[in-house]
Design a protein around this ligand. Sequence first.
Ligand SMILES: NC(=O)c1ccc[n+]([C@@H]2O[C@H](COP(=O)([O-])OP(=O)(O)OC[C@H]3O[C@@H](n4cnc5c(N)ncnc54)[C@H](O)[C@@H]3O)[C@@H](O)[C@H]2O)c1
Length: 300
Amino acid sequence: MGSLEGRVAVVTGAGRGLGREHALLLAAEGAKVVVNDPGVGGDGQGTDAGPAHDVVAEITAAGGQAVADTGYANDFTAAKALIDRAVDTFGDLHVLVNNAGITHDATLVKMTEAAWDSVISVHLKGHFATLHHAAAHWRKRAKEAGAPVSASVVNTSSGSGLRGSPGQLNYAAAKAGIAAMTVVAARELERYGVRVNAIAPVARTRMTLETPGLAARLAAREGEFDRWDPANISPVVAWLATEECTANAQMLMVRGGRIDVYDGWTVRETHQHEGRWSLDGLRTALGGLPTAPPTLDPAA
Ligand SMILES: NC(=O)c1ccc[n+]([C@@H]2O[C@H](COP(=O)([O-])OP(=O)(O)OC[C@H]3O[C@@H](n4cnc5c(N)ncnc54)[C@H](O)[C@@H]3O)[C@@H](O)[C@H]2O)c1
């Protein structure tokens, strides 16, 4: 028997890349899955119902249960329809994997308003909209039952947002926002029996293959563990989705077989002054602060 037998899961952006792998593994572990994906291009343009239906066909051919949903996760009405589809088709909802994503990279001086708006919307609103409607469902169920539900949300952040990747101001801001949203949602939904965690994955997908310089570094190497296979990320998502898992408000960076558990914004040093600081005092206390942020190498 699979670890997710009897669980109903929604996975956004599940037609390709990481979301597809999550959906396949959740279904293989016994979950009934709503495969959401409007099949957009890497920059969010265009639409194609094919990927979502292909993943559903793959799941059903392997003996699992799944339905497709081709709505946009960042469309508030479509997000409600997505959550309703899980409940109407499979009777309930236990797992929400917010994974849908696009990029529209540019340096700050070259970034257009459209590039900002689209990336912020797909990631931030795409997480908020599904979370909101799922949370409303779980609160209703908990109140009806007079007992907490046992549900799990897995959000998708990124090293870009946690450590700051040049050329991705819009994407990094959205992914850092998702990290903050995860903690707030975890604190608010705990009373209903809902855990909310996030992953920051690194894997070989359309998104990273389009990043200049990264494709060669993420290639599979003959005879070696394929560290950048997107399927390596999914067991972490599946484990977070199980009823036995108690982790809450956590951020896990997952690269191949490596998991880094983040500790939020940590305080590195404290400077205490009695009363208000003078500029001279600050010069002395803070004059040695670093001149550069920590380096970011996603494929390290
Ligand atoms: N691949 C990596 O190394 C990496 C690193 C950090 C974070 N991520 C995040 O992981 C998630 C999955 O990315 P991926 O690498 O698999 O990319 P991908 O491009 O292969 O897949 C993303 C999927 O999301 C879908 N999508 C886009 N906009 C959508 C919307 N509004 N509603 C529903 N679906 C939508 C696309 O159609 C696509 O199938 C994203 O949130 C991404 O930001 C990926």
